[in-house]
Design a protein around this ligand. Structure first.
Ligand SMILES: Cc1ncc(COP(=O)(O)O)c(C=O)c1O
Length: 378
């Protein structure tokens, strides 16, 4: 069994994807070809945002956003403690100071009480100014933007939505990618909307930031790329990747609906034995992962073994919380305890998940999970 079956997706949509790639190869417009701007238009319409700037990957997208805001050494940037490294990595990379914040044990997303405590700590106990929050929609579920927006407004801070895992999700009818002052996503192959290599995008309604982002992602270009008005990056989305994404966009909504059905089946079969994903009202997850929580690390190890015995892959996202990463030693402000994040890192387990999963496969995974849990209880 595959963890995310990209081969099956390709088999189902081979003609459209092959044709899209072939047209780029025949045209040889490999960098900034017409498919890139077509994709940007399609994505901004999909997300309901004025500007979309396609770029090299989801990490660059986050970095570009912080560069557009000119984050510097006086700025504290708040990041959930339970996320992929990129969400925090970009903060010191652009010169800011990361402050890791605890998460909600049920949704895995940033905890607003902990965020407020961390901001107050930074104001009262450091020389830094609270400048921005990176809000991650972990495993596909949009975070609690109403509450977060109230906090960022009150403290005059910027909100960066990291929708790397949630592109395609919705909150109150609004798509992810539209929920931050700037929002970013990743097209890493296994993401809800994935290309055939690295890719990413930045979204914003703000014209000035959009101009700056367009400049920053092509060597800080001015009137053209040989007129350089600021220090930037080389972070463009390849035309080939744009073509693949255009082809995949035509069946993306069908895939999202199929993911919802797979998630519901998993939950039906597992909910009495383990902690299944808790999706809040008024929103739709993009289901980048289906992540359960076991009682403790021992139970998780037994479930992993039980799955392995049947040749079923699983993954632990994430084994180490952000504030414990060696890379942040001496570079972060430790403002709050991140106990919930720590506990999740000891108990969470992501199961095989994709829109092409058959009912028999879901049942087999669940049987093995339940067997692992029963073994521990015996
Ligand atoms: C939450 C989150 N942010 C950022 C990224 C970075 O995306 P990329 O791998 O395209 O750089 C990822 C990718 O795994 C992610 O999961």
């Amino acid at each position: 069994m595959e963890f995310r079956d990209l081969k099956k997706q390709y088999q189902c949509h081979r003609q459209a994807i092959d044709a899209a790639m072939q047209s780029v190869v025949e045209n040889t417009h490999f960098i900034s070809g017409p498919q890139v701007s077509q994709l940007e238009e399609r994505l901004s319409a999909f997300a309901g945002v004025k500007h979309c700037i396609a770029c090299g990957n989801g990490t660059d997208a986050l970095q570009l956003a912080l560069m557009a805001w000119e984050i510097d050494a006086r700025d504290a940037v708040f990041v959930p403690d339970f996320t992929f490294f990129s969400s925090g990595e970009v903060v010191p990379l652009t010169g800011g100071v990361p402050v890791f914040v605890d998460v909600d044990p049920l949704t895995f997303n940033i905890d607003c009480e902990s965020l407020e405590k961390a901001i107050t700590y930074v104001i009262n106990c450091t020389e830094l100014r609270p400048r921005a929050v990176v809000v991650v929609d972990l495993f596909g579920q949009p975070a609690e933007y109403d509450k977060i927006r109230e906090i960022t407004k009150r403290f005059h801070m910027l909100l960066l939505e990291d929708a790397a895992q949630s592109f395609g999700g919705t909150l109150g009818g609004h798509r992810t990618g539209s929920l931050g002052d700037i929002s970013t996503t990743s097209f890493f192959p296994s993401k809800p909307l994935g290309c055939y290599g690295d890719g990413g995008a930045v979204f914003t309604d703000n014209d000035e930031w959009a101009d700056r982002l367009r400049s920053l992602h092509v060597h800080g270009k001015g009137s053209d790329k040989y007129d350089n008005v600021r220090i930037g990056m080389n972070s463009r989305l390849d035309t080939l990747q744009a073509a693949v994404l255009l082809a995949k966009l035509s069946f993306f909504e069908e895939e999202l609906a199929a993911c919802e059905r797979v998630a519901q089946k998993y939950t039906e079969l597992l909910k009495d034995a383990v902690q299944t994903p808790h999706i809040l009202e008024n929103r739709q997850s993009a289901w980048a992962q289906y992540t359960i929580c076991l009682k403790d690390t021992m139970e998780r190890e037994r479930v992993i073994e039980s799955l392995n015995e049947a040749g079923i892959p699983s993954a632990v996202y994430y084994k180490k919380t952000m504030h414990l990463q060696e890379a942040f030693r001496g570079r972060q402000v430790e403002a709050v305890s991140c106990k919930a994040a720590q506990e999740l890192s000891e108990r969470c387990l992501s199961l095989p998940f994709h829109p092409y999963m058959e009912e028999g496969q879901i049942k087999l995974v669940c049987e093995r999970v339940l067997r692992g849990v029963a073994d521990v209880q015996r």
